[in-house]
Design a protein around this ligand. Structure first.
Ligand SMILES: C[S@@+](CC[C@H](N)C(=O)[O-])C[C@H]1O[C@@H](n2cnc3c(N)ncnc32)[C@H](O)[C@@H]1O
Length: 314
């Protein structure tokens, strides 16, 4: 897709209603041939709106009007493009655990959790957070409370599941004790989302107390060996959220075949169209929602950051 179209689509389907600043910046870039030409000189995976905007803010450009942003972007392009080439979009959103929990809690405990594309590992701790679905009583006793508004016949868990083992794979695991990685995680959160920044800080404390094992490497190369380390008496669950979009169709198919061969349960929370599953139309057609699947079957749509969950009729 031409770069300008990608920014226009990001403005309409992702930033609209979520981040007035990013919506304005994305529409501004889409209509700015000088900035588009700079982006087009970078490798295609590096032209993502989220990466450009995060790198710019990481380099010190504050949220504000597009005119100020583009002047600073042009002036600081050498620094910003260096950040873009060195870093990736690795948003680690613990709120996504609220989407995974109903599926995890329905499996026989204890669980062995293997997350591919784990980033800093914040989604590997669904048992250490608390959950507030709609106006129901809070579930769990973790200090970090994840709120989630739902529709449809959600199988609300009675308790958070017991986790016996957890591990992850990532091309570039982020270190919860590294100040540069933590600042990158903070900057990946969109400017207006102060509640997510506070939640990230609290979730980082949870992970620092018990850092998970995250193997460095490609998920297709590492997943089978890591799965073999899971305790045999736990229910192995391989899961991922906002990850397979970064893989080619052939790599996604290879991964699906590997997971099926391993005999693990497989939970996915990915953008619509990323996996070859047929889900009913999204309840919010103008808004990009993720499709949640369990063992290859679509069960729900969810907001990208986990704050809404629309369970499909059974
Ligand atoms: C957008 S982040 C999502 C992080 C986490 N799953 C979450 O939902 O909060 C995507 C992560 O996938 C990782 N990733 C992308 N392609 C990968 C691959 N082929 N193998 C392993 N990790 C990969 C990236 O490095 C990044 O940390």
């Amino acid at each position: 897709m031409p770069t300008a179209d990608g920014f226009r689509r990001f403005a309409a389907t992702e930033a609209c209603g979520e981040s007035p600043c990013y919506e304005e910046w994305a529409l501004g870039v889409a209509a700015d041939p000088e900035v588009v030409a700079l982006l087009d000189a970078l490798p295609e995976p590096k032209r993502q709106p989220n990466l450009v905007f995060t790198a710019a803010r990481y380099a010190g450009i504050p949220a504000g009007p597009y005119r100020t942003f583009r002047e600073a972007l042009l002036a600081e392009w050498a620094t910003i493009s260096e950040v873009m080439l060195a870093r990736r979009t690795q948003t680690n959103e613990p709120g996504r655990c609220a989407v995974l929990l109903p599926l995890l809690a329905a499996l026989p405990p204890p669980l062995a959790l293997l997350e591919v594309g784990a980033s800093a590992g914040l989604c590997l701790f669904p048992d250490r957070y608390s959950y507030r679905y709609d106006d129901r009583p809070v579930l769990g006793d973790g200090a970090v409370v994840l709120g989630c508004n739902t529709t449809g016949p959600v199988p609300f868990p009675a308790a958070v599941p017991e986790v016996a083992w957890r591990a992850g794979v990532d091309l570039n695991p982020l270190d919860v004790n590294d100040s540069g990685d933590v600042r990158w995680l903070e900057t990946l959160i969109w400017p207006e989302h102060n509640h997510r920044r506070a939640r990230l800080a609290a979730a980082l404390e949870v992970v620092r107390a018990d850092p998970p094992r995250i193997v460095t490497g490609d998920l297709n190369e590492k997943v089978a060996a890591l799965a073999a380390e899971a305790p045999a008496d736990a229910t192995l669950v391989i899961f991922h959220s906002a990850v397979l979009v970064y893989l080619s169709q052939a790599e996604r198919a290879a991964f699906a075949a590997t997971v099926r061969r391993l005999g693990a349960h497989w939970i996915t929370n990915e953008g619509s169209g990323v996996l070859p599953v047929t889900a009913p139309p999204s309840p919010t057609p103008d808004k990009a929602l993720f499709v949640v699947t369990m063992d290859g079957v679509p069960v729900a749509h969810a907001a990208g950051h986990g704050h809404t969950l629309h369970w499909l009729p059974t």
